[in-house]
Design a protein around this ligand. Sequence first.
Ligand code: CP
Ligand code: NVA
Length: 302
Amino acid sequence: MRHLLTILDLEREEIEGLIERARRLKEDLKRGISHTPLSGKTLALIFDKPSTRTRVSFEVAMHHLGGDTIFISPKDSQLGRGEPIKDTARVLSRYVDGVVIRTFGHNLIEEFARYSSVPVINGLTDLFHPCQVLSDLLTIRERKGDPGRLKIVWIGDGNNVAHSWINASARLGFPLYMATPEGYRPSEEVVERARMEGAEIFWTDDPEEAVRDADVINTDVWVSMGQDEERKRRLEAFRGYTVDEGLLKRAKDDCIFLHCLPAHRGEEVTEGVIEGGHSVVWDQAENRLHLQKALLERLLKA
Ligand code: CP
Ligand code: NVA
Protein backbone atom coordinates (compact mmCIF):
# COMPACT_ATOMS: atom_id res chain seq x y z
CA MET A 1 0.00 0.00 0.00
CA ARG A 2 1.42 3.37 -1.03
CA HIS A 3 -1.81 5.38 -0.80
CA LEU A 4 -5.10 4.57 0.94
CA LEU A 5 -7.83 5.69 -1.43
CA THR A 6 -10.18 2.73 -0.88
CA ILE A 7 -10.20 -0.41 1.25
CA LEU A 8 -9.39 -2.37 -1.92
CA ASP A 9 -5.91 -0.80 -1.75
CA LEU A 10 -5.29 -3.10 1.23
CA GLU A 11 -4.78 -6.83 1.42
CA ARG A 12 -6.61 -8.80 4.09
CA GLU A 13 -3.38 -9.25 6.09
CA GLU A 14 -2.73 -5.51 6.01
CA ILE A 15 -6.21 -4.80 7.43
CA GLU A 16 -5.67 -7.40 10.16
CA GLY A 17 -2.25 -5.88 10.87
CA LEU A 18 -3.66 -2.35 11.18
CA ILE A 19 -6.36 -3.53 13.57
CA GLU A 20 -3.87 -5.39 15.74
CA ARG A 21 -1.46 -2.48 15.79
CA ALA A 22 -4.29 -0.04 16.62
CA ARG A 23 -5.29 -2.25 19.57
CA ARG A 24 -1.73 -2.19 20.85
CA LEU A 25 -1.38 1.59 20.40
CA LYS A 26 -4.69 2.07 22.22
CA GLU A 27 -3.55 -0.07 25.14
CA ASP A 28 -0.19 1.68 25.31
CA LEU A 29 -1.82 5.10 25.26
CA LYS A 30 -4.03 4.12 28.21
CA ARG A 31 -0.91 2.92 30.07
CA GLY A 32 0.97 6.14 29.34
CA ILE A 33 3.46 4.52 26.94
CA SER A 34 4.19 6.78 23.98
CA HIS A 35 5.52 6.02 20.50
CA THR A 36 6.98 8.87 18.47
CA PRO A 37 8.23 7.31 15.22
CA LEU A 38 7.00 10.25 13.13
CA SER A 39 9.12 12.89 14.83
CA GLY A 40 10.18 15.44 12.20
CA LYS A 41 7.38 14.41 9.80
CA THR A 42 4.52 16.62 8.66
CA LEU A 43 1.04 15.62 7.54
CA ALA A 44 -1.07 18.02 5.44
CA LEU A 45 -4.85 17.88 5.67
CA ILE A 46 -6.76 19.32 2.70
CA PHE A 47 -10.45 19.43 3.59
CA ASP A 48 -13.00 20.60 1.06
CA LYS A 49 -15.93 19.55 3.29
CA PRO A 50 -16.55 20.05 7.03
CA SER A 51 -15.25 17.52 9.56
CA THR A 52 -15.03 17.06 13.31
CA ARG A 53 -13.88 13.47 13.87
CA THR A 54 -11.64 12.90 10.85
CA ARG A 55 -9.78 16.17 11.15
CA VAL A 56 -9.29 16.12 14.91
CA SER A 57 -8.42 12.42 15.12
CA PHE A 58 -5.80 12.70 12.35
CA GLU A 59 -4.30 15.82 13.92
CA VAL A 60 -4.15 14.28 17.40
CA ALA A 61 -2.86 10.98 15.96
CA MET A 62 0.00 12.80 14.26
CA HIS A 63 0.85 14.72 17.45
CA HIS A 64 0.86 11.50 19.50
CA LEU A 65 3.28 9.98 16.99
CA GLY A 66 5.64 12.92 17.34
CA GLY A 67 4.80 14.64 14.05
CA ASP A 68 3.18 17.90 12.96
CA THR A 69 0.14 18.78 10.89
CA ILE A 70 -0.90 21.60 8.56
CA PHE A 71 -4.58 22.13 7.86
CA ILE A 72 -5.29 23.51 4.38
CA SER A 73 -8.70 24.80 3.49
CA PRO A 74 -9.02 24.94 -0.31
CA LYS A 75 -10.67 28.33 -0.10
CA ASP A 76 -7.61 29.81 1.60
CA SER A 77 -5.12 28.19 -0.76
CA GLN A 78 -4.50 28.53 -4.48
CA LEU A 79 -6.55 25.36 -5.03
CA GLY A 80 -9.64 27.52 -4.51
CA ARG A 81 -8.43 29.86 -7.25
CA GLY A 82 -8.05 27.04 -9.73
CA GLU A 83 -4.43 25.92 -9.33
CA PRO A 84 -4.40 22.46 -10.91
CA ILE A 85 -4.51 19.48 -8.55
CA LYS A 86 -1.54 17.92 -10.29
CA ASP A 87 0.57 21.03 -9.59
CA THR A 88 -0.55 21.21 -5.95
CA ALA A 89 0.25 17.51 -5.46
CA ARG A 90 3.78 17.91 -6.79
CA VAL A 91 4.47 21.06 -4.77
CA LEU A 92 3.13 19.67 -1.47
CA SER A 93 5.15 16.48 -2.02
CA ARG A 94 8.27 18.65 -1.70
CA TYR A 95 7.20 19.95 1.73
CA VAL A 96 5.23 17.29 3.60
CA ASP A 97 5.42 13.55 4.25
CA GLY A 98 1.76 12.64 3.73
CA VAL A 99 -1.56 14.18 2.77
CA VAL A 100 -5.11 13.47 3.98
CA ILE A 101 -7.78 14.71 1.56
CA ARG A 102 -11.53 15.12 2.10
CA THR A 103 -13.27 16.18 -1.08
CA PHE A 104 -16.22 15.62 -3.42
CA GLY A 105 -15.33 13.64 -6.57
CA HIS A 106 -13.28 10.50 -5.99
CA ASN A 107 -11.50 11.29 -9.28
CA LEU A 108 -9.96 14.37 -7.59
CA ILE A 109 -8.16 12.32 -4.95
CA GLU A 110 -7.12 9.77 -7.58
CA GLU A 111 -5.56 12.55 -9.64
CA PHE A 112 -3.81 13.97 -6.57
CA ALA A 113 -2.41 10.53 -5.73
CA ARG A 114 -1.19 10.01 -9.30
CA TYR A 115 1.03 13.09 -9.03
CA SER A 116 1.96 12.86 -5.36
CA SER A 117 5.25 11.31 -4.34
CA VAL A 118 4.10 11.08 -0.70
CA PRO A 119 1.27 8.87 0.64
CA VAL A 120 -2.27 10.14 0.12
CA ILE A 121 -5.07 9.08 2.49
CA ASN A 122 -8.76 9.37 1.69
CA GLY A 123 -10.48 11.27 4.49
CA LEU A 124 -13.85 10.85 2.67
CA THR A 125 -15.00 11.39 -0.89
CA ASP A 126 -18.48 11.17 -2.37
CA LEU A 127 -17.69 7.53 -3.17
CA PHE A 128 -15.74 6.10 -0.20
CA HIS A 129 -14.79 6.62 3.46
CA PRO A 130 -12.18 3.90 4.05
CA CYS A 131 -10.71 5.21 7.34
CA GLN A 132 -14.16 5.15 8.90
CA VAL A 133 -14.77 1.52 8.08
CA LEU A 134 -11.26 0.40 9.07
CA SER A 135 -11.81 1.82 12.54
CA ASP A 136 -15.34 0.39 12.65
CA LEU A 137 -13.79 -3.01 12.03
CA LEU A 138 -11.62 -2.38 15.09
CA THR A 139 -14.75 -1.58 17.14
CA ILE A 140 -16.44 -4.75 15.92
CA ARG A 141 -13.35 -6.81 16.67
CA GLU A 142 -13.20 -5.44 20.22
CA ARG A 143 -16.89 -5.98 20.92
CA LYS A 144 -17.82 -9.03 18.90
CA GLY A 145 -14.74 -10.75 17.51
CA ASP A 146 -14.22 -12.05 13.99
CA PRO A 147 -16.51 -10.24 11.49
CA GLY A 148 -16.60 -13.47 9.44
CA ARG A 149 -18.79 -15.04 12.11
CA LEU A 150 -21.20 -12.12 12.46
CA LYS A 151 -24.30 -10.86 10.72
CA ILE A 152 -23.40 -7.29 9.77
CA VAL A 153 -26.24 -5.14 8.48
CA TRP A 154 -26.33 -1.76 6.75
CA ILE A 155 -29.61 0.18 6.90
CA GLY A 156 -30.32 3.36 4.90
CA ASP A 157 -28.43 5.09 2.13
CA GLY A 158 -26.11 3.20 -0.24
CA ASN A 159 -23.55 5.98 0.24
CA ASN A 160 -19.80 6.47 0.65
CA VAL A 161 -19.64 4.69 4.02
CA ALA A 162 -21.80 1.84 2.67
CA HIS A 163 -19.43 1.52 -0.30
CA SER A 164 -16.48 1.12 2.02
CA TRP A 165 -18.38 -1.61 3.90
CA ILE A 166 -18.90 -3.37 0.57
CA ASN A 167 -15.16 -3.23 -0.06
CA ALA A 168 -14.49 -4.53 3.44
CA SER A 169 -16.74 -7.50 2.66
CA ALA A 170 -14.54 -8.22 -0.36
CA ARG A 171 -11.30 -8.03 1.58
CA LEU A 172 -12.35 -9.80 4.80
CA GLY A 173 -14.80 -12.23 3.25
CA PHE A 174 -17.84 -11.58 5.47
CA PRO A 175 -21.37 -11.34 4.05
CA LEU A 176 -22.95 -7.87 4.20
CA TYR A 177 -26.72 -7.51 4.48
CA MET A 178 -28.09 -4.23 3.18
CA ALA A 179 -31.52 -2.62 3.30
CA THR A 180 -31.81 0.54 1.20
CA PRO A 181 -34.76 2.03 -0.66
CA GLU A 182 -34.88 1.37 -4.39
CA GLY A 183 -33.17 4.34 -6.03
CA TYR A 184 -30.68 4.65 -3.15
CA ARG A 185 -28.94 1.33 -3.56
CA PRO A 186 -25.14 1.38 -3.60
CA SER A 187 -23.39 2.09 -6.91
CA GLU A 188 -23.62 -0.93 -9.20
CA GLU A 189 -20.06 -0.34 -10.30
CA VAL A 190 -18.81 -0.49 -6.71
CA VAL A 191 -20.84 -3.64 -5.99
CA GLU A 192 -19.73 -5.41 -9.19
CA ARG A 193 -16.07 -4.64 -8.61
CA ALA A 194 -16.29 -5.80 -4.98
CA ARG A 195 -18.14 -8.98 -6.00
CA MET A 196 -15.33 -9.77 -8.43
CA GLU A 197 -12.98 -9.45 -5.47
CA GLY A 198 -15.08 -11.83 -3.35
CA ALA A 199 -17.68 -9.61 -1.63
CA GLU A 200 -20.95 -11.25 -0.63
CA ILE A 201 -23.73 -8.65 -0.65
CA PHE A 202 -27.36 -9.44 0.16
CA TRP A 203 -29.79 -6.65 -0.63
CA THR A 204 -33.41 -6.07 0.33
CA ASP A 205 -35.63 -3.00 0.54
CA ASP A 206 -37.09 -4.28 3.83
CA PRO A 207 -35.15 -3.17 6.95
CA GLU A 208 -37.08 -5.62 9.16
CA GLU A 209 -35.96 -8.54 7.05
CA ALA A 210 -32.35 -7.31 6.96
CA VAL A 211 -31.95 -6.90 10.73
CA ARG A 212 -33.32 -10.32 11.68
CA ASP A 213 -30.74 -11.90 14.05
CA ALA A 214 -28.20 -9.18 13.30
CA ASP A 215 -25.04 -8.88 15.42
CA VAL A 216 -24.12 -5.43 14.10
CA ILE A 217 -26.48 -2.74 12.79
CA ASN A 218 -24.95 0.17 10.98
CA THR A 219 -26.52 3.32 9.63
CA ASP A 220 -25.58 6.81 8.46
CA VAL A 221 -27.29 10.08 7.56
CA TRP A 222 -29.82 10.12 4.75
CA VAL A 223 -28.47 13.41 3.39
CA SER A 224 -24.71 13.37 2.99
CA MET A 225 -22.50 16.43 2.61
CA GLY A 226 -23.10 17.98 -0.80
CA GLN A 227 -26.67 16.60 -1.08
CA ASP A 228 -28.55 19.32 0.80
CA GLU A 229 -30.63 20.27 -2.23
CA GLU A 230 -32.04 16.72 -2.31
CA ARG A 231 -33.05 16.84 1.35
CA LYS A 232 -36.83 16.91 0.94
CA ARG A 233 -36.87 14.09 -1.61
CA ARG A 234 -34.50 11.97 0.45
CA LEU A 235 -36.47 12.33 3.69
CA GLU A 236 -39.52 11.04 1.80
CA ALA A 237 -37.65 8.14 0.21
CA PHE A 238 -36.11 6.95 3.48
CA ARG A 239 -39.32 6.94 5.50
CA GLY A 240 -39.50 3.56 7.28
CA TYR A 241 -35.70 3.18 7.42
CA THR A 242 -35.18 4.76 10.86
CA VAL A 243 -33.24 2.49 13.20
CA ASP A 244 -35.64 2.55 16.14
CA GLU A 245 -36.34 0.37 19.16
CA GLY A 246 -38.78 -1.82 17.19
CA LEU A 247 -36.18 -2.63 14.55
CA LEU A 248 -33.55 -3.36 17.17
CA LYS A 249 -35.83 -5.94 18.82
CA ARG A 250 -35.60 -8.08 15.68
CA ALA A 251 -31.81 -8.26 15.97
CA LYS A 252 -29.90 -10.46 18.43
CA ASP A 253 -30.30 -9.43 22.08
CA ASP A 254 -26.64 -8.46 22.28
CA CYS A 255 -26.40 -6.68 18.92
CA ILE A 256 -24.39 -3.47 18.69
CA PHE A 257 -25.44 -0.27 16.95
CA LEU A 258 -22.87 1.68 14.93
CA HIS A 259 -23.13 5.15 13.36
CA CYS A 260 -20.13 7.00 11.95
CA LEU A 261 -21.62 10.34 13.17
CA PRO A 262 -22.73 13.07 12.87
CA ALA A 263 -26.21 11.65 13.57
CA HIS A 264 -29.60 13.15 12.84
CA ARG A 265 -31.85 11.98 15.66
CA GLY A 266 -35.39 11.44 14.47
CA GLU A 267 -34.21 10.70 10.93
CA GLU A 268 -31.94 7.67 10.47
CA VAL A 269 -31.89 6.83 14.21
CA THR A 270 -34.00 7.54 17.28
CA GLU A 271 -32.66 9.25 20.39
CA GLY A 272 -33.48 6.04 22.32
CA VAL A 273 -31.30 3.84 20.10
CA ILE A 274 -28.28 6.11 19.83
CA GLU A 275 -28.28 6.79 23.59
CA GLY A 276 -29.33 3.23 24.49
CA GLY A 277 -27.50 0.15 25.69
CA HIS A 278 -26.76 -1.31 22.24
CA SER A 279 -25.07 1.84 20.95
CA VAL A 280 -21.26 1.88 20.82
CA VAL A 281 -20.94 5.12 18.88
CA TRP A 282 -18.61 6.89 21.34
CA ASP A 283 -16.12 4.01 21.38
CA GLN A 284 -16.52 3.91 17.62
CA ALA A 285 -15.61 7.60 17.34
CA GLU A 286 -12.63 7.11 19.70
CA ASN A 287 -11.30 4.27 17.58
CA ARG A 288 -10.79 6.63 14.64
CA LEU A 289 -7.78 7.94 16.58
CA HIS A 290 -6.20 4.57 17.29
CA LEU A 291 -6.69 3.09 13.84
CA GLN A 292 -5.38 6.21 12.12
CA LYS A 293 -2.28 6.15 14.31
CA ALA A 294 -1.61 2.64 13.06
CA LEU A 295 -2.23 3.79 9.49
CA LEU A 296 0.03 6.85 9.73
CA GLU A 297 2.79 4.80 11.31
CA ARG A 298 2.49 2.26 8.51
CA LEU A 299 2.45 4.81 5.65
CA LEU A 300 4.74 7.56 6.89
CA LYS A 301 7.44 5.74 8.88
CA ALA A 302 10.63 5.84 6.80
N1 CP B 1 -17.43 10.18 10.81
C1 CP B 1 -16.77 11.23 10.31
O1 CP B 1 -16.03 11.13 9.34
O2 CP B 1 -17.03 12.41 10.94
P1 CP B 1 -16.54 13.85 10.51
O3 CP B 1 -17.35 14.26 9.31
O4 CP B 1 -16.82 14.73 11.71
O5 CP B 1 -15.08 13.80 10.17
N1 NVA C 1 -22.18 9.91 4.45
C1 NVA C 1 -21.77 11.03 5.27
C2 NVA C 1 -20.66 10.62 6.16
C3 NVA C 1 -20.19 11.70 7.11
C4 NVA C 1 -19.02 11.27 7.93
C5 NVA C 1 -21.37 12.18 4.38
O1 NVA C 1 -20.71 11.94 3.36
O2 NVA C 1 -21.74 13.32 4.68
